[in-house]
Design a protein around this ligand. Sequence first.
Ligand SMILES: [Zn+2]
Length: 477
Amino acid sequence: MITTLKIRDGSWCDDDDTLCSEAVEFFRNLFDDTGSSQEVFPAINSFPQLSDVALRDLDSTPLRPLRPYVLDNSHDLSGLSFSDFMDGNGNWDLNLLLSIFSHSVASHIISIKCPDVNDVADKPFWRLSTSQSFSIRSAYESLASSTWDNKSSCWKWFWSLPVPQRLRLFIWLSYKERLMTNVERCRRSFGQSLVCPCCHAHAETTVHVLRDCHLAHEIWSNLLPPTCSVDFFHSHFQDWLCSNLTADYTHPAWDLRWSILFASTLWQIWCMRNSWVFNGFPLSTESILHKSVTWARYYTESCVLKEHGSPGTALTPHAHWERLDEGWVCLNTDGGVSSSTGYGSVGGIFRTHDGSWLLGFNKSVGVTQPLQSELWAIFYGLQIARDNGFDHLLIQTDCLEAVNRLNAPYAGSDVNALVRAIVRMRNTGWVTVVRWIPRVENKLADAMAKLDATYDLALFAAAPMPLLPYLVSVVSV
Ligand SMILES: [Zn+2]
């Protein structure tokens, strides 16, 4: 927007009517009678070059922004600066201010410290933060604060749920209906169909995926405690999330807090559905129910562990699978190297304290040595554990060399960078124990490492078929 213009007689003008007529004249000079632009655009010499004198003239009215607030329009403030409103003692001359400005404007001016020649030069500052320094946070809050209600109790519940941060974030995205459903994909212009790929009967909205589609409906029907509200399937989506996540009762059959079981089930429905849509994994109500309960139990146990501290008697060196104290997760890792090609692959499995499957992984690690491969297995296992919030972790490997190197008092300065990286990860506020087990008791991890590993880290939410025989035999020990 043009607010001031130097007009033909050489004077500065900010009168709206004059600016308007000058703007019309300007565009008339740019375009010919047919409305098409002249050959060169922007038209050369349309704007007069401002001389240094003209620029100085422009800068000589520092009080120009105050012009709309003068009491008498004939007072144009030309040539005045704030120092002209000071008395001889370095204070504001209030009477002089009030002779030109209204009381309310003058009251704003006098709240600011008078200019002082001994002070530092003026400089811009960021007024949206108390420190007056720019921060992304203050800028974001200024731009977006009107879009959230930080007094809503929902916020407190979402972010204080005793589940991993990733799950809290998922619930928050669900609440904001920002999950990447077909409806959301179309809204963002990279999807063509709104329809649910599962039932082909409704638009795939967030509430449809998490509650109303037949698979989700069946799961909730199996899981709902008898005390649950009768309008579970009919309430408004956000109300539904809030009321269930804030519910303060325990599921009688599973002895689990309903809010945790509810959150765990939401997550499993979403994950398993994605596995089916993108990877063709079969959808099984029974499997989702089992996983929801297993994970909810883990969240509950690790929460209790955090409140009461870790048990001192949990871990003693022992060579065979044993039941751990509640809240602990057991990670078995293994790494192998092909004697013919030299290529190595790693694998591992996470189990709850009673041996239930949580996660498995494997990955190819290129041409390497056996010790390096074993260390990679532990490294990737730790990364996955950290991502999933397993903060009481027993790591079991059949490589004695790796155990000795990692448990050595000088491990942090080991010559091997991978040992140092593992030590750094272990020293980030969680409880990890590394111990040796015989190879014969590490068959699951061994099988995992040999299972079609690629350079992409593969995660297995359920035990792959070839591992089932080992899993049964290990759990039954
Ligand atoms: Zn559906």
